[in-house]
Design a protein around this ligand. Structure first.
Ligand SMILES: [Zn+2]
Length: 245
């Protein structure tokens, strides 16, 4: 599988719905490069790194995690370089690190509402041998915005709440007007039955509207324009019945 080129500096390995594999993004700087998301397994990281190598590019020095969900983080033990995330992602993953990966333990988490069936199903597809699942923690968790200087361009990192999860990390490349959001623009399947909480959505929309982005790099579909991105978010189900009697 080859990297797709989006801009001068941004490339990505497209995901695949079979195991709910997300896109993995690569941002190429002069001094070093950065990956957005670690993927779901060692196999996934290997595909990504092979594609990076095939372009003759250096492996990422930093891997930034957009949120704690397995498909974006379970590749972490297999990456090279350092990793960073929202501090809440580190907190949540340290909880997930204690989970046992047996059929019984997974079924129990489904019963207890700690896991959702969509993820359970896809984890089992990606890991026919459940004992291979390993969860590691990001090297650094951040509480407030910070900047990563890649030499010729800067990346801005924003730990924010989102309608999808409470621990989003948005990555913004102002030079090219590209915003990386993971799944932050979707509803919350773990804590809100797939709906977008109206307050969280409004707060998130206010924040992204304040950024001058033209291209939005999302988790599971092809990157979209600012207009498409904002329109899709306006159409999210919030569970509110708009005053109809
Ligand atoms: Zn997610």
């Amino acid at each position: 599988m080859q990297l797709k080129k989006l801009t001068d500096r941004v490339y990505y390995l497209p995901g695949c719905s079979e195991t709910d594999q997300p896109n993995l993004y690569y941002i190429r700087g002069r001094d070093f490069s950065v990956a957005v998301d670690a993927g779901q397994s060692g196999r996934h990281v290997e595909m990504f790194y092979d594609a990076i190598g095939a372009e003759g590019f250096a492996l990422p020095r930093y891997t930034l995690l957009t949120h704690w969900h397995w498909d974006h983080t379970f590749g972490l033990p297999f990456i090279q370089g350092k990793s960073m995330a929202n501090a809440l992602t580190v907190q949540k993953l340290s909880e997930v690190q204690k989970w046992a990966w047996t059929d019984e333990a997974m079924q129990e988490r489904l019963r207890m509402g700690q896991e959702i069936s969509f993820c359970d199903e896809h984890i089992r597809k990606e890991y026919p041998d459940l004992s291979r699942i390993a969860v590691s923690l990001p090297d650094q968790g951040i509480f407030s915005p910070m900047t990563l200087d890649l030499g010729d361009v800067q990346l801005q990192l924003f730990p924010v709440d989102s309608p999808h999860s409470r621990d989003a990390l948005l990555v913004y490349l102002p030079e090219e007007k590209v915003l990386f959001v993971g799944d932050a623009d979707c509803g919350d399947y773990y804590d809100n039955q797939g709906l977008a909480d109206p307050d969280r959505l409004e707060c998130y929309l206010r924040f992204v509207r304040s950024l001058d982005y033209e291209l939005c790099c999302i988790g599971h579909e092809e990157p979209e324009s600012r207009e498409e991105n904002l329109r899709n978010m306006m159409q999210l189900e919030t569970g509110k019945t708009e005053g109809r009697a």
